[in-house]
Design a protein around this ligand. Sequence first.
Ligand SMILES: *[C@@H]1O[C@H](CO)[C@@H](O)[C@H](O)[C@H]1NC(C)=O
Ligand SMILES: *[C@@H]1O[C@H](CO)[C@@H](O)[C@H](O)[C@H]1NC(C)=O
Length: 947
Amino acid sequence: SLAMDSSTGSRGPAGFATQANALFRKNLCFQKRNLKTNACITVYPILVCVLLVLMQRPIDNRIDPSKYSCGCACVDTAADGSCRRTECGAQHSTPDQVAYCQILSPPRWPALIQVPRPQSRAVRTASQPSNGLPEPTCRVTRSCPAAFLVTGSNRSLTESLSGELFPALSSPLNFTDYLDTLSNIVSGSDTVTLRRQLLEPTFISEDTLYVVQPRRQSNLSQNVSVNAGMIPLRLNVDCIQGLSLWRKSASVINDELFKGYRQRGSGGGKTNEFVAGYDFLNTSKDSLDINIWFNSTYNRKVAYSPIAILRVPRLVNMASNAYIKFLKGSGAKMLLEYVKDMPKVGSKLKVQINSILSTLLFTWIVELIFPVMLTYLVYEKQQKLKIMMKMHGLKDGPYWMINYAYFFGLSAVYMILFVIFGSLIGLRLFTKNDYSIQFVFYLIHINVQIVLAFFASSFFSSVKIATVVGYIYVFGSGLLGGFLLHFFIEDTSFPKGSIVVMQMIPGFSLYRGLYEFSAFSGNENGTGGMKWANLSDPVNGMRTILIIMVIEWAILLPLAFYFDNVSLLDGRLRKRMLVFFKCFRMRAVSFKRYSFGRLGSNVLVEMENPDATLEREVVDHLLLEPNSNYATICDNLKKVYHGMDGNPDKLAVRGLSLAIPKGQCFGILGPNGAGKTSFISMMTGLIPPTSGTAYVHGMDIRTDMDAIYTNMGVCPQHDLLWETLTGKEHLLFYGRLKNLKGVELLKAIDYSLKSVNLFHGGIGDKQVRKYSGGMKRRLSVAISLIGDPKVVFMDEPSTGLDPASRNKLWSVVKEAKKNRAIILTTHSMEEAEIVCDRLGIFVNGGFRCIANPKELKARYGGTYIFTMTTSLEHEQEVAQLVHRLSPSAKRIYHISGTQKFELAKQEVKIANVFHEVESAKCRFNIHAWGLTDTTLEDVFIKVAKGA
Ligand SMILES: *[C@@H]1O[C@H](CO)[C@@H](O)[C@H](O)[C@H]1NC(C)=O
Ligand SMILES: *[C@@H]1O[C@H](CO)[C@@H](O)[C@H](O)[C@H]1NC(C)=O
C-alpha cells in the first residue's frame, strides 16, 4: 500500500555517509533554532575583551601620569613666559618619580645606619630590667640613646673596640662637604629606605639625620639646607648618644633582641629596639672576626616595595674603623665615603589589567566552552535521544564525527574570535607570541577538551550534575593552576617530574601553556614573545605541554569511545566495570547455578504451559522451513543478569520462543518487572541476549543488527523528540537514517504525516514544542513507521492520552499493521482487545499464555456473571433458579437482596437464562438483573495471580 513498497527490497542499511548526512542536517536545523545560544557562546570572548578595555580606562584615568613617570621641569623660560626647554631627570623628581627616571650617573649618598624611632628605642622595662639601659622617661623627651649590644670572647678587647664605635666630632659639623663630614662620624636615620639608592629619602624629605656621638650634645641640633650637587637638601640634624652595652654571650644578646621584638605584653605593647648587635668572637690583634645582628624587617613596612635597601654597610664600617683605631691608635681611620646605585634606564608605569589577571582569566575563558559541550552530550543521553537514534540505526561513528565536528567548529570560532579581539585590544599574550605556536597550542588544546567532554559525558546521566561538575572543573582547575601550579613552576627546587604529572590534567596544561606565553610576552622592553626556537629552552614548558596534550588526546579518544558504548548500553558504568572485574570469578560459580535454574524452570514451563510449547513447536518448524510470511521469530531467547554482591542471578527472560507473522499485532501484557523491557531491549539491539537469538525478517539480531535497524521501527513509551525541531524534520532525519533518499523520502514523509493526521493545517511544519500530547504520540508512531519497517515495537503507545486521541491512534496502528508485524506492550486491556490480534501475558520472564483475546477470555474467563436484585425474602428462590440453570454455580457476592453468581459457560445457554428470568418475573418481583461476559482484565488478574 505504500508508495515505496516496490523499492524496499533493494534498500540496504544506511552507510556511514548517509547517517552522517542525516545527523548533520538534523543538527544543522537544531543549531539554527539554537542560534542565539551559539552566538552568545562565541561572542563571550569578545565580551571579555570589551570588558577589559572598559576596565582599563578608569585605571588609566586614575593613574596620574605625572606621578608615575620621571619628573620634568622647565629650565629655560622665554621672555613671554613660554618654556623653551624642559628637562627631565632625577633632579626634577620627587622620591616617587625618581624610580622612573633614566639615571646615567647615580648620586652618591652617605652610608647611614638604621636608627629605631625615638619612641621604640630600647629602655628599661619590666621584662628587660637589664643593666645599662636608660629610664623610660627618655622616650618622652625623645632623647633615648641608640643602643648596641656587644659581646666577644675577650671582654677587655671587646670593650675597647666598642668604645671606638662612635667617633666623636673633631670639628663643628660642616655641610658644604657633607659626604666627607659624615664619613668620619656615624650618622643614622629612622626613615624607611627605598628599593634603590637613587635617592636617600632622609635627605630630601626633611627627616631627621641622627648624628650618633659618644654622648648627647644638644647644641648640635640644627636645621641645615645644603645645595649639594643638583639636589637641594634640607636636613633636620639631631644628636643622639650611641650606647654600647656589654653582654656575656651571643645567646644573651639574642634573648634580649627577641624580647624587644614587637610582642604583646612586653613594655606595654611597645617594641624595645636596638640598633644592632655585635659579636666580636675571637677577635685579637691579628684578626677581626665579627657577627652583626641587624633588623631586616624594619624596612619591609612599605607594601609596594617589599625589597628595600638595608642599611648595613655602615654597621660593618663602624666595626672595622674601631678595629683599625685599636690597632693603630686613634689617628688611623677606615672610612666609608659613600654608597651609590648602578645606572638605570627610564620607565613608565602602566597598569595592565589583563596582565594582572592574565593567565588565570584566560584559562577560564578558554575552558568555559567545556561545560557547554559536556551539557550538550549529557542532555542527549539524559533525554534518551541518543538511544532513540541508536534504535533507529544511527551508529556511533557518524554520531561522534558530527558532534566532534560541531564542537570543533564551535571551539575554533570561539578561540579565533578570542585571539583576534585580544590582539585588537593589544593583549600582549596574543600580539607578542608567534601566532603559529599559538595556533598549534590552541588547536591541540581544543581537541583535548572535546575528547575530555566526550569522556566525561559517559560518567553522567543528569544534565544538572554534569553542569555543576563541569563548572567546578573549570574554576577549580583555573584557581588551582593559578595558585598551586604557578607556585610550583616558579619554585625551581620543586621536582620537575611532579609538575609534569600535574600537567596531565588538561586544565593545568592549558594554564601552563598560557603561563609560558605570558612569561615570554611579559617583558615590555625585551624582545619578548615565544618563537619556535624558544621551544628548546630548558625552562620553557611548552614543548612538554604539547607532547602531553597530543598523547592525552590519543589515549582519551578511544577510551571515551569505549566508555560511551558501555555506559549507553547498561546505563550503569559501575555495574559493567564490576562485572568486568568479577568476570573470572563468576564464571565458574554462575555456570552451575544457572544450568540448574534453566533445567528447573524449563520443565515447569513446559508442563503447565501448552501455549508456550505450541509456540516453541511453531518456531522449531519455521527454523527448519523458513517462511517469509513471518516477520519475527524468537528462538529460545534468554537474558540473565548476574547478581551483584552475592545476590543470585536474575533470569529476566527465560527461554522465550515466539513467531509473529506479517500483518499481526502482537500484544504483550504483563505486570511491571516481568521482563518485558529486557525482551524489547534485546529485540532492539540495546542489550545482547545471554543465549538464544531472534530473527527479524530472516536476519539474526546477534549479527545483522545494522540491517535489522533498517527494517525496524520503535515507538518508545515517552516521546523522545527534539522540542525545537518540526515534525517533518524529525521524519526527515529518521527517514534518512532508514536510508530513504530524494523523492522516495519526501513521499514517505507525506504519507506518514497523512496517516497519523498531522498533514493538514501545516502541523508537520510546526515545532514539536507546540504539539499537544496526542500529536506528539502520533508523531512518535509516525517515526516508528517511517521507512516501511517490517517489525515495529511500540511501548505503551496510548498511555496518557484522552479517549479521542486514543481512538485516533488505534486506528493508525490498526492501519499500520496490515503489512508488518507490530509488537506492542500495554497496560490497557481495552487497547489490547481492540488493536491486537494475539496476546501474550508475560509473567516472570516468560509467556504464561499466548492466544487471541477472545480465546483467552474463553479459556480463563469461561464464566458468565449473573447478577440479580430482589427483595430479601426472595433470595432463596433466586438461588434455586440459578442452580436450575447451572448446578455448579457459585455465589460470589451477596448483600441485601443483590446476589452475584458465577456460571460455567458450558452449562448455560443464554436463551435459557432469559426464559427462566421471564418466568421468575411472574412469581416474584425482580428489581434488576444482568448477565455479563468476563473481561480481559479479569483474565489478566487471574493469570498474573496464578504466577
Ligand atoms: C685580650 O686582649 C688584650 C688586648 O689585646 C690582650 O692583652 C689579652 O692578652 C687578651 N686576653 C686573652 C685571654 O686572650
Ligand atoms: C625590627 O623592626 C621592626 C619595625 O620597626 C620592629 O617592629 C621590630 O620589633 C624590630 N625587631 C627587633 C628585634 O627589634
